[in-house]
Design a protein around this ligand. Structure first.
Ligand code: AVJ
Length: 324
């Protein structure tokens, strides 16, 4: 998939505008200011994220893909017979195709339910999966992680994919709550495949979120451009710096947008003006990094029994299978 393909898909806002308005108003009224990371993934943001996944500094995607390629058959051999597959935050489902391919060697067809906030990404996911794998029926679900009822529509046994370390966006309590919510829609014997990024040398992690081509900076600033477009905002993206760093105590990479000067920004649809001091930041994303021990605890507290964990030779990334 070429990233530029995504940009050309014309799509309506995938989340109702009113919902964005509420999130933006609430986040920018807080001290310190913050915005929910899911707002980063409009069509343009998803396209930029696809570009990030190809960057030399951004190790998570290629490391997880290598784990999946190396172990796809073993992973699939541990799954129930004739599983249906749901996926949280499927994006363009590039890595998922590795698993679906291997799954089709064990079962005749697969019903695949990708959930994502990006309409554009889902369209591409459906096209690419059905083009390559005719025996996969794709049932796209537009929504965020509050919209999990579709899991109950899936035939049993179910496999839920939550790969790509998207769970790293969540605070620990929220991550546990999310897994518990997933578990609530599942039945005994259903399984979860979870991909998380692991704690490693801080230089390696920091480079991944501050790439030399500046794509991550564009991805971060796209949030302001989105607010301008969808809410009549008057942000000048050049008046904000992309800031990212490793927060050791919290075990996470943080992304912020830092105001280069003191400024006031009007947002028409919110009928408000936001004040920024020089150096004031908007916290836009966290990317939590796990240890294998904390990964095990997460699954257990989320209601899943750990079956197996696969990692890469450097132990940079982990993919775990859990069962209810
Ligand atoms: C999509 C949440 C997995 O945390 O690595 C990448 C998002 N942000 N570069 C990550 C992201 C900036 C990404 N996740």
């Amino acid at each position: 998939i070429r990233p530029e393909q995504l940009k050309r898909v014309p799509v309506p806002a995938s989340i109702p505008v009113s919902e964005i308005a509420g999130d933006v108003l609430e986040g920018l009224s807080r001290t310190p200011k913050s915005l929910p990371p899911k707002l980063l993934y409009d069509a343009e943001g998803s396209a930029l994220f696809e570009q990030i996944t190809c960057l030399p500094e951004y190790y998570p995607t290629r490391t997880e893909a290598a784990i999946l390629m190396t172990h796809a058959d073993e992973i699939c051999s541990r799954l129930g017979k004739n599983v249906s597959v749901g996926e949280l935050g499927a994006g363009t489902a590039t890595k998922t195709r590795i698993l679906l391919r291997s799954l089709l060697r064990r079962q005749f067809s697969v019903n695949y339910f990708p959930l994502d906030v990006s309409d554009a990404a889902l369209k591409l996911a459906k096209d690419e999966v059905e083009k390559e794998l005719q025996a996969v029926n794709v049932h796209p679900q537009i929504g965020d992680f509050e919209d999990l009822a579709f899991l109950e529509l899936q035939a049993r046994p179910r496999l839920v994919l939550y790969i790509g370390s998207s769970i790293g966006n969540l605070e620990h309590v929220d991550a546990i709550t999310l897994l518990q919510n997933v578990a609530q829609h599942l039945s005994s014997g259903d399984q979860l495949l979870l991909g998380v990024d692991l704690v490693k040398d801080s230089g390696v992690m920091q480079a991944a979120y501050n790439d030399s081509a500046g794509i991550t900076a564009s991805f971060n600033k796209n949030l302001l451009i989105r607010i301008n477009r969808e809410l009549g905002g008057h942000f000048e993206p050049e008046a904000f710096y992309h800031v990212s760093f490793w927060n050791e105590a919290a075990s996470r990479i943080e992304l912020h947008l830092e105001s280069a000067r003191s400024q006031s920004v009007r947002v028409d649809a919110l009928d408000t003006t936001i004040r920024f001091g020089q150096g004031e930041r908007i916290h836009t994303e966290n990317s939590y990094k796990y240890t294998l021990e904390r990964l095990g605890d997460l699954l257990q507290h989320g209601g899943f029994q750990l079956e197996h964990t696969w990692t890469d030779p450097h132990c940079w990334f982990a993919v775990s299978l859990g069962v209810i």
